[in-house]
Design a protein around this ligand. Structure first.
Ligand SMILES: Cc1ncc(COP(=O)(O)O)c(C=O)c1O
Length: 428
């Protein structure tokens, strides 16, 4: 497939116009020039379209879509999605605070997370979130104490570990019994019965999340079937639940994967809950924002060594860690259409002092010179949010584009920003 067809299949919101990579009517060279360093760019129309795809596919089935902001916490995206009725799934007190500051109503927020501190539980109860997805028996006890001490009742779901495969990378599988996530399937019924009788707890739903970048709906169907049978046996024991939270996980195309259509996903879930009188809760992250984002970077230098071409970029593993962390693949395209030139293999690396700071191994690329610019595709999910300032490299900036406009949503950071945040003690 030629690179423009590949671009269209992975990141349809991005295309070349008069030789320049564009999105939302904005020439992306303009954005990286202003950023003076690596910058993430999100095409808001694409985010919206992806969200509305879920909404449409689930029509006819009572459903709440709670965008998993761990994938991308850009406040412009939160506002955009909130304006069309999305809730959010948060996994920390920090995300809860950020979501609420972006105007997401508490009663549209699901609080997930494998280990919530007492203060995070209190924060969630105090805010009045829609649902707290409890992951351990201990957390359930703490939550009851905290809610009681505040004179409140905490709406809960138990995140059940259904002990299924997800058919995805080991590092992002979360629904096997040996994974750290969720309440063991065989313990869930007993804990629901206890919760039902415990003041301060109001069981509202059942929840799961079996992994991310799932490429086959059969895995989800298997997990839903297990949760359904638990739901039904709880109902006969007098625990009547309202919400069936299937988590997130739907995959996207990074290279040549063929992830399920959102409609096929919706049909799987609808079938799994048919006749239950359940409201479905979805927590999609990657599928909404992944294809809508790119990371832009500039070539610092190029060298030949041991018969290989090395292209050294100004972006590094601290900006986009997925390749170093999971050997994840991101397509790389030039910001300017190179025309009819030969593409030859190159190792694409960052300047960080780690051998794993490598984005691509022997990847066909056009000739690239210092100062040339490239875009990493499908970088809208688990990109900027996983960024760090390792090597005292300022975090990448973030920008959004739409209708010919663009703005930074996270300003380029300076060395002074980094210096200001540390201080040596006066007694040293
Ligand atoms: C509890 C929970 N919900 C939702 C998600 C979002 O998953 P994805 O981005 O794959 O849709 C995650 C991410 O792993 C998660 O841990």
């Amino acid at each position: 497939m030629n690179f423009k067809d590949q671009l269209a299949s992975i990141a349809p919101a991005f295309s070349y116009n008069h030789g320049h990579l564009e999105a939302g009517g904005v020439n992306l060279s303009e954005v990286i020039e202003a950023a003076k360093g690596p910058v993430y760019v999100y095409a808001l129309d694409s985010v919206l379209e992806n969200f509305l795809g879920f909404k449409e596919a689930f029509s006819g089935q009572p459903t709440r879509i709670c965008y998993a902001m761990k994938a991308n916490d850009c406040v412009a995206i939160l506002k955009l999605l909130s304006d069309v009725g999305s809730g959010v799934d948060v996994v920390s007190g920090g995300e809860l605070a950020l979501a609420m500051s972006a105007g997401i109503p508490a009663d549209k927020i699901v609080f997930s997370g494998v280990g919530k501190s007492d203060s995070e539980l209190a924060q969630a109860v105090n805010a009045g979130v829609m649902q707290i997805n409890v992951e351990t028996a201990y957390e359930l006890g703490q939550l009851a104490k905290i809610a009681n001490s505040m004179g409140k009742e905490a709406p809960i779901a138990l995140r059940v570990n259904p002990d299924v495969e997800a058919g995805t990378l080991d590092q992002i599988s979360t629904g096997r019994a040996t994974d750290k996530f969720g309440i063991a399937y065989q313990d869930a019924a007993r804990l629901y019965m206890e919760a039902e009788k415990t003041p301060g707890l109001a069981p509202k739903g059942i929840a799961m999340h079996i992994g991310s970048q799932i490429g086959d709906t059969d895995f989800l169907a298997a997990a839903c079937a297990k949760l359904r049978s638990l739901w039904e046996s709880l109902a006969t024991s007098g625990v009547k639940l309202e919400r069936f939270d299937v988590g997130g996980g739907l995959g996207i195309r990074y290279k040549n994967e063929d992830p399920p259509l959102v409609q096929a996903y919706a049909d799987t879930i609808k079938k799994a809950v048919s006749g239950l009188n359940a409201e479905v809760v979805l927590e999609p992250g990657r599928r909404i924002v992944g294809p809508a984002g790119v990371l832009l970077s500039t070539v610092i230098s190029v060298k030949e060594a041991a018969g290989r071409r090395f292209v050294i970029l100004d972006a590094a593993m601290n900006d986009l860690i997925r390749p170093a962390l999971y050997k994840a693949w991101h397509e790389i395209v030039p910001l300017t259409d190179p025309g009819k030139v030969q593409w030859t293999p190159a190792d694409v690396v960052g300047p960080v002092c780690e051998s794993t700071d490598k984005f691509a191994d022997q990847r066909p690329l056009p000739p690239l010179l210092p100062g040339d610019r490239v875009a990493f595709l499908a970088a809208g999910a688990y990109g900027a949010v996983m960024g760090s300032e390792y090597n005292s490299r300022p975090r990448a900036a973030e920008a959004v584009v739409r209708g010919g406009n663009w703005s930074f949503t996270r300003n380029p950071r300076s060395y002074n920003d980094i210096i200001r945040e540390q201080h040596a003690p006066s007694w040293l």
